[in-house]
Design a binder for this molecule. Structure first.
Ligand SMILES: [Zn+2]
Length: 264
C-alpha cells in the first residue's frame, strides 16, 4: 500500500487532452474533431515524448470555410494549448491531411520564447510539422523532403534583406506579414542542425526526446534553451548555428542541406 502511494506521488500524472467547445458542435462533429487531435497528439508524443502537462484544445466554428482549419494559434499563458478554428463539414481525412495541427501541437514541445524569437519558434514548428506527418503515415519521407525543398527555396527567392542577418530581418518579415519567408527561413536552422547531428549519429528527434523529458517545464529563454540542447547533444551545434543566424548576413545557407533527406 505504501509502495503504491509512493509510486503515485513520484510518477508524474499522465498528461491529458482537455477539450473546450467554444461554439456549438454536434456529437458527431465532436467525435471527429477529437479523433483528429488525439491521433495527431499521439504522433507528436510517439515521435518525441509525452507532454509533461495537460494540453488544452479549444474549438471555434468557421462554417463554409475554404479549408478545414482556416486559423489556429497556441495558448501559452495560464495553460498550454491550441485554439482551432475549424469547418466541421470537412471529412476526417481532410483534417488529418492538413499541416496545421502537427504544426501547432509541435509548438508546445518548447517554451514560449517571446515575439523577438518568433522566427525560431515558427521555424521549429515548420520543421516539426512534416516530421509528425511522417509519423502519422500521411507523408512518405520523400514527400516530406519535397515539401521542405519547395518551401525553403521559395522563401530564399523571396528574401530581400541580403545585407542583414536572418534573425534581425525576421522582425521585418513579421512586420510585413511575410510569414512563409520567416517560417521557412527559420526552419533552415533546424534542418541544418538535424543534418549535422545525423552526421554524428544523433538527430533533432533524439535530442528533443531528452529535452522534453528533462527540461521542458523550465520555461527558459532562447539562450538557456540553446545551452541545454547543446549539453544534451554533446555538441555546440545549437548555439553555433544560432550565432550564425544572428551574425551572418543573408538567407540561411541551405544549398547543401536540401540535397539530404531528413529521415524519421
Ligand atoms: Zn506557428
Amino acid at each position: 500500500m505504501w509502495l503504491l502511494l509512493l509510486f503515485l506521488v513520484i510518477s508524474p500524472a499522465r498528461a491529458e487532452l482537455v477539450w473546450h467547445w467554444e461554439d456549438s458542435f454536434t456529437a458527431q462533429e465532436q467525435a471527429k474533431l477529437k479523433r483528429w487531435i488525439s491521433t495527431t497528439t499521439e504522433a507528436v508524443e510517439q515521435h518525441v515524448a509525452a507532454f509533461p502537462f495537460d494540453v488544452h484544445i479549444f474549438f471555434y466554428r468557421r462554417d463554409s470555410a475554404r479549408e478545414p482549419v482556416p486559423w489556429a494559434n497556441t495558448r501559452r499563458s495560464r495553460v498550454q494549448g491550441v485554439n482551432f478554428h475549424v469547418d466541421p463539414d470537412y471529412p476526417l481525412q481532410a483534417f488529418l491531411d492538413d499541416w496545421t495541427a502537427p504544426h501547432e501541437l509541435s509548438h508546445l514541445l518548447i517554451p514560449y520564447l517571446g515575439r523577438k524569437h518568433a522566427w525560431y519558434a515558427e521555424g521549429f514548428a515548420s520543421f516539426m510539422q512534416f516530421q509528425v506527418m511522417q509519423e502519422m503515415g500521411i507523408l512518405t519521407p520523400e514527400q516530406a523532403q519535397a515539401r521542405y525543398r519547395v518551401r525553403v527555396e521559395r522563401a530564399a527567392k523571396r528574401y530581400r534583406y541580403d545585407n542583414q542577418p536572418f534573425a534581425a530581418a525576421a522582425l521585418k518579415l513579421r512586420a510585413n506579414s511575410e510569414y512563409p519567408t520567416m517560417y521557412w527561413g527559420g526552419a533552415v536552422y533546424f534542418l541544418n542542425v538535424d543534418s549535422q547531428l545525423r552526421e554524428k549519429g544523433s538527430s533533432m528527434r533524439a535530442v528533443l526526446k531528452k529535452y522534453v523529458r528533462c527540461c521542458r517545464l523550465r520555461n527558459h529563454g532562447i539562450e538557456q534553451m540553446t545551452q541545454e540542447l547543446d549539453r544534451l547533444s554533446g555538441t555546440e551545434l545549437f548555439s553555433k548555428t544560432l550565432a550564425e543566424n544572428q551574425l551572418k548576413t543573408g538567407f540561411p545557407d541551405h544549398h547543401q542541406l536540401l540535397k539530404q533527406m531528413p529521415r524519421r
